[in-house]
Design a protein around this ligand. Sequence first.
Ligand SMILES: [Zn+2]
Length: 167
Amino acid sequence: MMKAQRSFVSAEHRTSDYLAAVKALRDLDSGLRTRAYAEAVCQDHLDSWAKSRHLKPSSSYPCRRLLFGKRCGRGSRAGCQDHELPASDHLSVWQINGHHVIVSQPYGIRDSWLNELASLKVRGVHIEIDAWPAWHFPGSVLHLAFWSAPAWDAYMDRITKLQDGSP
Ligand SMILES: [Zn+2]
């Protein structure tokens, strides 16, 4: 049998609080364990990600046309079925300097979505695919961020200026 038991922090962080939290999670039913962890971290994941990417929530509804600076007019707050992104689930829309980023947090990536993801990339959309922050259900969903080209440029510009120390 393969062994999965690991320590995820070094000895100085294995405090009594840390060990008690691990024990409390282990003592839960396995179906509840993941949910308890998710409930404890989801807001922090969302806030940390938005802060690290210099993004604010957008009032626009999710539509792939946003990524190309185009208007739609066919969708609603729930989204736009005419211009749906691949791997769309648990969507949210963000902005930096008025340029859009659409976040999707699906449970997985289907083979049939890969070509569509590649074609968005060819058209200038920057796509991040990560396990973190996945705030919809940390530990169970993926996080895909679709950045319009000007949004990604604005983000790169922001972090370059911060690294240079300019305001
Ligand atoms: Zn649309």
